[in-house]
Design a protein around this ligand. Structure first.
Ligand code: NDP
Length: 237
């Protein structure tokens, strides 16, 4: 059977590194993001038979349409990676409601919608593996990121509950929780200062996280797990 994986947020950063690793391992991939041009460029760079789709994960109709198109053009999706995410960092007292809503909708509701859509086929096939990209902030909390942390903490509760719900259908659900990783999301952070609190002394690279994502996708007896990939940061905060 074909190994078909949908990677939401596959056009840049961590999702893109996951796509590069999975392409090398022979998966057929759907690279999904709002910006279709960037998604197409990322899919094209992989070589081979991969496709790009435009989708806003926060919109249910977009997600449903995307799954219909993927099934038609790539076949049944049996692997799912949720790496789409945004941050709107600010102290809660200064955070606009619209920024709370956009973070919760993209980071939490978005993953719920893609999981729900993917499960239709996975349940029929009695086969499937999902990895949701959370964050160390969802486990530890971070000042200036209360809403983002809530979205990522919620993703852990959601993923663990869903893992229980679908285990009998032979579907696994896991979470990777990265620390600081070099991507567009972290480009404005004060790296010199922050890396002093990371035991391994450096920010992660997207490929560091990608290896953990693929490990969980392919580990047949691991479900409901949260794998922290943070250079030891959780030991110090
Ligand atoms: P990037 O900003 O580099 O990439 C984000 C990706 O998500 C892009 O492909 C973007 O494409 C896509 N995306 C954003 N919003 C939406 C949306 N509404 N619908 C569909 N796609 C969307 O971020 P990272 O690679 O750094 O982050 C990936 C995941 O890892 C996120 O969930 C993030 O919260 C998490 N994370 C990142 C850390 C880091 O240090 N970088 C640390 C911990 C967790 P487009 O804009 O075209 O839609």
């Amino acid at each position: 059977m074909d190994k078909v994986c949908a990677i939401f947020g596959g056009s840049r950063g961590i999702g893109r590194a996951v796509a590069q690793l999975m392409a090398q391992k022979g998966y057929r991939l759907a690279i999904i993001a709002r910006n279709l041009e960037l998604a197409k460029a990322a899919a094209g760079d992989l070589g081979g038979d991969h496709l790009a789709f435009s989708c806003d994960v926060a919109k249910e109709c977009d997600v449903q349409n995307t799954f219909e198109k993927m099934e038609k053009n790539l076949g049944r999706v049996n692997f799912l990676v949720n790496a789409a995410g945004i941050n709107r960092d600010s102290l809660l007292v200064r955070t606009k409601t619209e920024d709370m809503v956009s973070q919760l909708h993209t980071n939490l509701l978005g993953s719920m919608l893609t999981c729900k859509a993917a499960l239709k086929t996975m349940i029929q096939q009695q086969r499937g593996s999902i990895v949701n990209v959370g964050s160390i902030t969802g486990l530890k909390g971070n000042s200036g990121q209360s809403v983002y942390s809530a979205s990522k903490g919620g993703l852990v509760g959601f993923s663990r509950a869903l893992a229980k719900e679908v285990a009998r259908k032979k579907i696994r659900v896991n979470v990777v929780a990265p620390g600081f990783v070099h991507t567009d999301m972290t480009k404005d952070l004060k790296e010199e200062h922050l890396k002093k609190i990371i035991p391994l002394g450096r920010f992660g690279e997207p490929i560091d996280v990608a290896h953990a994502v693929v490990f969980l996708l392919e580990s047949p007896y691991v479900t409901g797990h949260v794998l922290v990939v943070d250079g030891g940061l959780q030991l110090t905060i």
